[in-house]
Design a protein around this ligand. Structure first.
Ligand SMILES: [Zn+2]
Ligand SMILES: [Zn+2]
Length: 320
């Protein structure tokens, strides 16, 4: 049996090593990874967000090597929740909440920072020819950004605040801007705010926004300051969407939530098909978010780079 190179995470430590090539069970495909993006969730995993040991990485693009006649030889991206299909959540159509799910590179399943990965064929989406491999690596986080619009109707009359100008905040802002809503983004980094402003988005520093004025606030920072800014910006009966991974417990002003009758919405994985359609149409711009690229052999350095302040997406390039 052959071996492949992979980035391995165990007890907070990363190293690149040889592992046996994955042997997908029936219903799963073997995928040769082309590239994968480092997400904040991956960084949180190295800090113990989940007790995960194995290969991290869930934002990938690859080529199907075997397992699907329809997709063999094609570039694909993949939904990250591998589901059982038979539990109560699956039966009710809440497949991303399957009670027995594994999650690519996050829960019970090796991820994408490796030469090969295995994923159920049902999770795979072919990448349109007009979408570059670099852009395709953004499908998963872009889908996560679009999940907000699955959960909430957002339209031109809505005043919407996005808190955070990082990787996720950028995608959330770009997708919300397409709804025509009255959008403001607040963040801490001039260069990142300029990227948004260049797309015609009202981008402001350090929470300089009117309080009690927004219908919807989307928290994309994962820190308590961001939560506070989002909460104070909302009008009574406004909706606060939590889009970040929180590494620890969050202290919140529960009485302000009660008194103002705020609605809290947790938001995680989203739909891939509309994300790919946005990339194919060029209605969102993701390549400007790539700040660095590293080969798989230097994945540990890539993780260090991704954690530096002001850095947006770091891609690990696995194969041509
Ligand atoms: Zn992610
Ligand atoms: Zn299930």
């Amino acid at each position: 049996m052959g071996t492949v190179r992979a980035l391995w995470l165990e007890r907070g430590r990363l190293d690149v090593r040889d592992i046996p090539i994955p042997d997908p069970p029936p219903g799963e495909a073997l995928i040769r990874v082309l590239g994968a993006g480092i997400c904040n969730t991956d960084i949180e995993l190295t800090r113990g967000y989940y007790p995960f040991a194995g290969i991290p990485g869930h934002e990938f693009v690859g080529v199907v090597e075997r397992g699907s006649e329809r997709l063999n030889g094609r570039r694909v991206v993949g939904e990250i929740n591998a589901v059982c299909g038979s539990c109560a959540a699956c039966a009710a159509g809440r497949r991303s909440h399957c009670e027995r799910r594994t999650v690519l590179g996050i829960v019970g399943r090796h991820g994408a920072f490796a030469e090969y990965l295995a994923l159920p064929v049902d999770n795979l989406h072919p990448v349109p020819d007009s979408v570059s491999t670099d852009a395709a690596a953004f499908t998963e986080p872009l889908a996560a950004a679009l999940e907000i619009q699955q959960q909430l109707a957002v339209g031109p009359r809505d005043r919407v605040l996005v808190v955070g100008d990082g990787k996720l905040g950028q995608l959330v802002a770009q997708t919300l801007a397409l709804t025509g809503c009255r959008l403001v983004v607040t963040g801490r980094h001039d260069a990142k705010l300029r990227l948004l402003a260049a797309r015609g988005i009202d981008a402001r520093r350090d929470g300089a926004v009117e309080q009690g004025a927004f219908d919807i606030a989307v928290e994309c920072t994962g820190n308590p300051d961001g939560f506070g800014i989002a909460q104070r910006a909302l009008r009574a009966r406004g909706t606060l969407v939590l889009k970040s991974t929180y590494a620890g417990a969050l202290t919140l002003d529960a009485s302000a939530i009660v008194v103002n009758e705020l609605t809290l919405i947790g938001s995680r994985c989203g739909p891939f098909a509309p994300a790919l359609a946005l990339l194919a149409d060029g209605r969102v711009s993701v390549e400007a978010l790539i700040h660095a690229r590293y080969p798989l052999e230097r994945a540990v350095a890539a993780f260090e780079h991704a954690q530096q302040p002001g850095i947006l997406k770091v891609l690990i390039e696995v194969a041509e």
